[in-house]
Design a protein around this ligand. Sequence first.
Ligand code: NAP
Length: 279
Amino acid sequence: MTIAVTAVTGQLGGAIAEALIAMNTGETIIGLARSPAKAKELGIEIRPGDYDDAGQLRASLAGVDTLLLVSGMAAPEDRIGQHRNVINAAKAAGVKKIVYTSVQGAEQGTAFSPIIRSNRQTEADIRDSGLDWVIGRNGIYIEPDVEYIDSYRKAGEIANCAGDGRCGYTTRPELAFAYARMLTGSDHNGRTYNLHGGLLTQSELADYLNKAFGSELVYRPMSFEDFKADRIAELGEFIGTVIAGIYQGIREGASDRPSDFEAAAGRPHQSWDDYFSSI
Ligand SMILES: NC(=O)c1ccc[n+]([C@@H]2O[C@H](COP(=O)([O-])OP(=O)(O)OC[C@H]3O[C@@H](n4cnc5c(N)ncnc54)[C@H](OP(=O)(O)O)[C@@H]3O)[C@@H](O)[C@H]2O)c1
């Protein structure tokens, strides 16, 4: 069997390819990349895979049985069509199963909701494709908070609009392990999984960072409007609004869901005690 992973130059796609290689179940693993020259030394075949190029995708999916589609980064209105290019190319090329990395969040009422709705549309397109499918709805990556530690330390605080909301965080390596299982086992077909570890409030996240880095961060809740203005000033209109919308959703409970990680991965998610003692 041949498994292809899209966006293999990205952190999640690269980690999934690595997890498949490490699992060593005898399948041939292929990477697809919009920028093949950026693909790191995975030791696997890399083929071109730009979500905007339907013909290229179809050619690159020749001989592929199972496809892992990493959700794109484009604006929501463009993303649906990009993902349809991949799904249609997969059908035309004879792919039998698609596994999609979707996301958790509120479908209405937050600044992140347009992205959630675009991912839900891709989920529907995949369910309607006639192919076998598995959908993972990823929790929020915890790594960006760890990478942000110097900025948090300078500010002495974590400040955002999540309030006391609990968030199902995860890590890319944990997701990659679960996706490798979802790609290689047929018992997951037709399932939609919420993929995250233990739920954390922002205060609990600050406590974990303090323990790991010896910092003295406190959590300060902000209004959505103030946080959005702050994020747009640093990150620009599109990403700033998306980030503010993610924390707005956390405050409203959109990331406080039961996790299906163990069903997908065949083992529990890494605990936050373990994770923070290993960084
Ligand atoms: N759960 C979360 O907290 C969270 C946070 C951020 C993002 N996400 C989602 O998770 C996905 C993967 O995250 P990541 O950490 O791997 O992001 P990343 O490291 O930034 O990688 C993004 C990948 O998407 C590829 N890509 C972008 N546009 C493409 C296109 N038109 N055609 C083909 N490939 C394209 C990029 O290719 P190039 O190398 O050519 O740029 C890159 O490989 C993101 O795309 C986003 O949808 C989730």
